[in-house]
Ligand binder design. Structure first.
Ligand code: GLC
Length: 545
């Protein structure tokens, strides 16, 4: 171990595994995943070799947005168990050296949260100013929305409440009212929530759409853009100058950073709303300053098409935006996007999933992997009648919603894929008969075996955790190539993303650390290697091992 690898925090060196609790494992047979189910499957995660689990929201929720509408920040959803089950989960994780990260959904609460129920009663109650209330455009009463702000989930962003004769703003569903972060009581209340969970052993938080916490204090309308789609979907017909990314974001972020930093080893990773390729915006929120988060997500890579050249661009752009001191995150899939096995897969799904796994685990930065991606789970195209996600219900067929990436984890070939003894809340993917953890366990060429091997290699080699990274200068249409280096140790990663053999020059890295085609001896001729179609190689020099 070099000094650098031991001094960098675990959340830079490690791998985070995202669990969507409704869909991971159901221990009580009601068709909905639960915390006991996660406990029962912890050995799978330990064997996979990940360092932490991030749980999508586990708190009580009316589930208008499946957990992202929290009605009590300091309890556990009855579907998932109770606080004691959570404590048992933390204990089970500790036994296996796993950390626990929670989703922090603080841009909005549920409209059934006690804070909002009180706030909506009248204009003078103690929580009257905890949400964004305004008179209508024409004064008190239902006189029209106060400004043109829209909901990310479609339609306008304002909802009228007769008791107050006022409107409240919601960035998402009307069941998800936005909190008023300019009220210091809200800042204090969120601090108390962070402490509540940290006292129970939580190691970090993934902050949901944190860049929308603060809005312009005067709530001016956003300028319109000339996007014709804005007629149907007003949100994309505006420039979001006033409803997110405000200059005084530090009101929220300083409190969060200070609270989480009180104990070493804890961290914050933020999801920026609507960031798509807005890597610069995401990058400016991550760093070591008092009002920055430890890490930020960027989904440029996830949104790229399958191409070594395009990945090269996504990787260089995101890392350059973060600067040499910045620390990237890498995400291939999550609970909001179609699974990458289907986005990139086609007839080479497994080969591509294996190459993508090597890429995510060997790039400089922290990889976040989404449950099921370790077996190459595919997107499930559900018929309209089975759609539960409010986004799919509203936008079908333009957007089929997000249920397709949230179907039950495929553990075995059994009736509900080993997920539940009951009827799962979303149907299991029909390919579970062949694509499941049990089937891939002992197959060295499976997606699962690739994940295990490459995560183990990352764990074993400090150079892969913390080493510098250099991509080949000019992007290549078929091969993504980069080196990692730390002291004398050098690793060369070569990923042939095409269905044709490719020749590639190599330097002093001649030891095979991992290869996707173990049956095929790696042919090194002179200064070149021949990569088979879809072959991935991780090569090291003498100093690496
Ligand atoms: C984030 C979540 C998404 C949720 C939304 C509202 O983008 O990832 O699942 O619907 O915020 O909370």
């Amino acid at each position: 171990m070099t000094a650098r690898s031991t001094t960098l925090p675990w959340w830079k060196r490690g791998v985070v595994y995202q669990i969507y609790p409704r869909s991971f494992m159901d221990a009580d047979g009601d068709g909905i995943g639960d915390l006991q189910g996660i406990i029962d499957r912890l050995d799978h995660l330990a064997a996979l070799g990940v360092d932490a689990i991030w749980l999508s929201p586990i708190q009580p929720s009316p589930d208008a947005d499946f957990g992202y509408d929290i009605s009590d920040y300091c309890d556990v959803h009855p579907n998932y168990g109770c606080l004691e089950t959570f404590d048992a989960l933390v204990a089970g994780c500790r036994e296996r050296g796993l950390r626990v990260v929670l989703d922090g959904v603080f841009n909005h609460s549920s409209d059934k949260h006690a804070w909002f129920l009180e706030s909506r009663q009248d204009r003078d109650n103690p929580k009257a100013d905890w949400y964004l209330w305004r008179d209508g455009a024409g004064g008190r009463g239902p006189t029209g929305a106060p400004n043109n702000w829209a909901s990310t989930f479609g339609g306008g962003g304002w909802e009228y409440v007769p008791e107050r004769e006022q409107y409240f703003f919601h960035s998402f569903l009307k069941q998800q009212p936005d909190l008023n972060w300019r009220n210091p009581d809200v800042v204090d209340a969120v601090e108390a929530v962070l402490r509540f969970w940290m006292d129970r052993g939580v190691d970090g938080f993934r902050l949901d759409v944190f860049n929308a916490y603060l809005k312009h204090p005067d709530l001016p309308s956003n300028p319109r853009t000339w996007n014709p789609a804005g007629l149907l979907y007003p949100y994309i017909g505006q420039k979001h100058l006033h409803d997110r990314d405000q200059a005084d974001m530090s009101i929220a972020l300083e409190m969060m950073r200070r609270t989480v930093d009180e104990q070493p080893g804890r961290f914050l990773v933020g999801e920026t709303l609507d960031e798509d390729r807005r890597y610069r915006e995401a990058a400016r929120y991550a760093g070591d300053d008092a009002d920055q988060l430890h890490l930020a997500f960027n989904f440029y890579l996830l949104r790229s098409r399958w191409s070594a050249e395009v990945f090269h661009k996504a990787i260089t752009t995101w890392t350059a935006a973060l600067g040499p001191q910045g620390w990237p995150t890498w995400v291939l899939s999550n609970h909001d996007f179609p699974r990458h096995a289907s986005r990139w897969g086609g007839r080479w799904a497994d080969a591509r999933c294996r190459l993508a796994a090597i890429m995510a685990m060997t790039l400089r930065g922290t990889p976040f992997l989404y449950y099921g991606e370790e077996i190459g789970m595919a997107e499930h195209k559900l018929p309209r009648g089975l759609i539960q996600d409010p986004v799919g219900q509203r936008f079908w067929p333009i957007h089929r919603g997000r249920d397709g990436c949230r179907t039950p984890m495929q553990w075995d070939a059994g009736p509900a894929a080993g997920f539940s003894t009951g009827e799962p809340w979303l149907p299991v993917h029909p390919d579970h008969a062949t694509r499941n953890v049990a089937a891939q366990q002992d197959d060295p060429s499976s997606v699962l075996s690739t994940y295990k091997a490459i995560i183990a290699l990352r764990k074993h080699l400090p150079v892969l955790q913390v080493g510098d990274m250099a991509l080949t200068e000019s992007p290549h249409s078929a091969v993504l190539a980069y080196t990692r280096s730390l002291g004398d140790a050098r690793v060369q990663v070569l990923l042939n993303m095409s269905p044709k053999a490719q020749r590639w020059p190599i330097g002093g890295e001649r030891k095979l650390l991992y290869g996707t085609h173990p049956e095929r001896p790696v042919v090194l001729e002179g200064g070149e290697v021949t990569l088979a179609p879809h072959e991935g190689l991780v090569l090291g020099n003498e100093a690496t091992l």
